[in-house]
Design a protein around this ligand. Structure first.
Ligand code: Z5A
Length: 212
């Protein structure tokens, strides 16, 4: 019997949308379902990726240009795909990733104005053809997300952007979800955490029904 490839699920959304909160709930849900899960994140997830994360989020790097930011996101991603995600999927594990390539289209594309074709070319090169089986988009008005995130201490480099930047990010995410309804499930992140988790459980249910 050949081992079934695991499922690749990504979680996306703006600042304070509740990704970390939902990840904790989903981790329990998958454990109860007997899924062997790799939980990881972008940028990050490998020693190199975590070092890149430190660079891109450090407020000291205020002068980082949009091109460098885009390339650093993809450097972290290329490493994560090859070092962690593809081996896990090949071993039959499932992977739940806190952000993936849609974040680059939303933040570096929508937010910073990098051309979508440039991001698509990087995706083709860096991601080894890996696309998510399912993407959960936590959608929330920018003001609500920022208010939730406000009490957390010093803002990272990207969190210091203006509201208009995050409005463009949100619009880009929603446009991607509308263009690919088969892959995306848009969840109302303004609902209480238990309701968001239930909506996410409903969204992953069809994947859990497939043979493992
Ligand atoms: N980035 C990029 O630009 N390009 C890329 O390609 C990639 C990433 C991959 C990574 O940050 C940054 O990198 C991110 C995008 C950029 N920059 N920004 N901004 P991250 O993903 O690690 O962190 P984040 O996006 O800033 O997430 P966050 O602010 O940590 O939020 P969250 O994880 O989505 O939310 P949370 O911590 O679960 O919840 C925030 C608060 O709200 C907390 O107090 C919760 O208790 C509360 N909460 C959560 N859910 C609810 C509900 N449902 N109701 C009420 N309150 C809630």
């Amino acid at each position: 019997m050949t081992l079934a490839r695991g499922k690749f699920i990504t979680l996306e959304g703006g600042e304070g949308a509740g990704k970390s909160t939902l990840l904790a709930g989903l981790r329990e849900h998958f454990a109860a379902a007997g899924v062997d899960l790799l939980l990881t994140r972008e940028p990050g997830g490998t020693p190199l990726g975590e070092a890149v994360r430190g660079i891109v989020l450090d407020p000291a790097h205020r002068g980082l240009c949009a091109e460098s930011e885009l390339l650093l996101m993809f450097a972290s991603r290329a490493q994560l795909v090859r070092e962690a995600i593809l081996p896990a999927l090949a071993a039959g594990r499932w992977v739940l990733c806190d952000r993936y390539v849609d974040a680059s289209y939303a933040y570096q594309g929508g937010g910073r104005g990098q051309p979508a074709e440039r991001i698509a070319a990087l995706e083709q090169w860096a991601c080894a053809g890996l696309r998510p089986d399912l993407t959960l988009l936590l959608d929330l008005p920018v003001a609500t997300g920022r208010a939730r995130a406000a009490g957390r201490g010093e803002a990272d480099r990207i969190e210091t952007e203006a509201d208009a930047f995050f409005e463009r990010v949100r619009a880009a995410y929603r446009a991607r979800a509308a263009a690919e309804p088969g892959r995306f499930r848009v969840l109302d992140a303004g609902l209480p955490p238990a309701a968001v988790l239930q909506a996410a459980r409903d969204a992953v249910a069809p994947l859990l029904e497939t043979p493992r």
